[in-house]
Design a protein around this ligand. Sequence first.
Ligand SMILES: Nc1ncnc2c1ncn2[C@@H]1O[C@H](COP(=O)(O)OP(=O)(O)OP(=O)(O)O)[C@@H](O)[C@H]1O
Ligand SMILES: [Mg+2]
Length: 388
Amino acid sequence: MLKSTSLSPSNGRLSDGCHNSMSSPTTPTSKSHQIPESANIYTAATPTESYPKLGKDYFRTSKDPMYEGANGIVRKGTDKTRMPTLVIKRIKRRDQTEEHYLKSVLMEYNTIKLCNHKNVIQILDVCYNPETSDFSLIYPYYAKGDLLDLMSNFRRFKIETSASLKDSVFKQILKGVNYLHSKNIIHRDLKTENCLIDADGIIKIADFGYALNLNDDSYIDYLKENPVEIYCGTNSFKAPELFELERKVHSEDGFDFSEFFHKVENMRYVDYWSLGIIYLNIYLMKSPWNNADLHDIKNMSFSKYVKHYPQDPSSVSRVIIDLNKSSSTFSNNPALSLFKGLHYDSRELILGMLHPTPEKRKSPKDVLNSEWMSQVYANPKDLISLLK
Ligand SMILES: Nc1ncnc2c1ncn2[C@@H]1O[C@H](COP(=O)(O)OP(=O)(O)OP(=O)(O)O)[C@@H](O)[C@H]1O
Ligand SMILES: [Mg+2]
């Protein structure tokens, strides 16, 4: 049976809670926020006293969190000028050494600092809380929240969105991820909840807690010490190879790290997959399965999809022709039948992003260069004006 995921505010907000680390910052330019002088380069060697402090340099403006998850507590805040509204994301200490905790904080900060793109979140600073001895990350506040919440509200208030608006949201996400990959950054936790929306309706890819910054080799040692982080992510958005990796990491034969690191660039294919799921979520408000794990015997939707996946160009054409026929139902393949709800132009490319073989997946660049995407445009403000 098809397990379609309904999008309620609480849905999909579970993650496996793993962070990693590395550090190789550069200085991005901030268009909308003044980056304080202290917000330069922090490394594991930076003494705690040198960080800006919560209560002295940054202040919470609300006691109640906007969000609390396994890894972070997100609150609104401000700086010494009391002028901008900021977001203070406290990074929770989990079952990790002091060294790993600090590395995970700096990884998120330094990876985002490498980026300067309209569709990628900005980061302003890191601060230390002397009372609790933990760290927080300082972000601009994106007034329209996250895409999962926005879509849930559309559904709750029965607001229809046009195909072109949905496609234009996806195009912004593709641009952001394409940029990240061009900078050798793999996100690894792409989902609607991790796409924030600013006051102008611009999408910002956020939450780099799992990101892999391939510019800095320190991720190798970090993942060796924290192998569970090799396969982390959010189940319904996770690529099938991550479930395989999970089994290998825990296998009694031991995990071959050198083989994994030799091909670590292949981790970008997990982002391609998540993008395909994101499109189905945006367009249909449904996910095709709860997880893409062939070993989950309850998960017939995914195994049927893989079994019937068209492997060569002529089979792809056949499936696309069948999908386009109004009489076809794909009743034996509920996940594929979801593609009937997409519009013609997107079907083949989204099917290509959701190729069970990682190396064969369509990349964000392939999709951006497609005829379909070249014709997609909408005013980002249209997205947020719908809820006014
Ligand atoms: N800068 C921001 N502006 C507005 N909302 C934000 C901002 N940062 C985070 N949020 C809200 O907080 C939520 C959680 O933030 P984020 O994804 O960074 O934390 P997290 O790492 O997922 O936490 P956990 O792993 O514990 O679930 C986002 O989905 C969004 O709703
Ligand atoms: Mg998140």
